[in-house]
Design a protein around this ligand. Structure first.
Ligand code: CA
Length: 231
């Protein structure tokens, strides 16, 4: 497998070099851009697997760059992590609203950054497969981000959709709550294991209306499993 390419868009040399060094040590290939202009050149040159964008850039703001990357149909699938010195909750929301996939407040440790990058890449990798997966009448359309049963769309919240998408693309395997947290929330420390049970309950309730809740099975003492076999 080839190395993942990360584009770093950051004007402060010390931070840019620290990030580049940490990424290279973790086996990533790195391109550096000092501003939005250079970032666009780098994007046109070779498509990265992920972009790190600093909020405060000398030309266009990181926020505006993020929006423009997410608006362009050639680049909108590219995962973005925003880097910022701002720690305000409102700024975080604005950052994520702009289309960023995650958000990291300075100062952060290289280890934390690498963990976030892996989590975002994992999530976007699963979403980029564009598969149709079917179990009996239950059908997952990853491109359309829809679950249908016999052609009828099952209304699901975003988390329930993500959960079912994960289950359907990893069938017949038992996942612990801890593993599900890691795969679905990317190791976000603020989500409790109990949250998994709440979402599984909601997911089952939605599936019940279509008579297909049997696929989502509880494995006592272990966790959950999506299975097409009757338990
Ligand atoms: Ca900056």
């Amino acid at each position: 497998m080839s190395e993942k390419l990360i584009l770093i868009v950051e004007d402060e040399p010390a931070i840019r070099q620290m990030i580049a060094f940490a990424l290279q040590r973790s086996g990533f290939e790195v391109r550096e851009a000092l501003d939005a202009h250079q970032a666009r050149e780098a994007l046109a040159n070779r498509r990265p697997d992920l972009i790190l964008i600093d909020w405060m850039l000398p030309d266009t703001s990181g926020l505006e760059l993020t929006r423009s990357v997410k608006r362009d149909r050639h680049t909108r699938e590219l995962p973005i992590i925003m880097l910022t010195a701002r720690a305000e909750e409102a700024d975080k929301v604005t950052g994520l609203d702009s289309g960023a996939d995650d958000y990291l407040t300075k100062p952060f440790s290289p280890r934390e950054l690498i963990a976030r990058i892996h989590a975002v890449l994992r999530r976007s990798g699963a979403a980029a497969l564009d598969h149709i997966v079917e179990f009996d009448a239950l059908k997952l359309d990853q491109q359309g981000q829809r679950i249908t049963v016999g052609g009828q769309t099952v209304p699901l919240g975003p988390t329930e959709y993500r959960m079912l998408e994960f289950f359907m693309t990893h069938p017949e395997r038992v996942f612990s709550r801890d593993q599900l947290l890691d795969r679905l929330w990317g190791g976000n420390v603020y989500v409790e294991e109990r949250t998994i049970d709440v979402h599984v309950r909601r997911l089952r309730k939605s599936l019940e209306k279509f008579g297909v809740e049997r696929f989502v099975q509880t494995v006592r003492g272990s966790g959950y499993r999506f299975s097409a076999k009757v338990d």
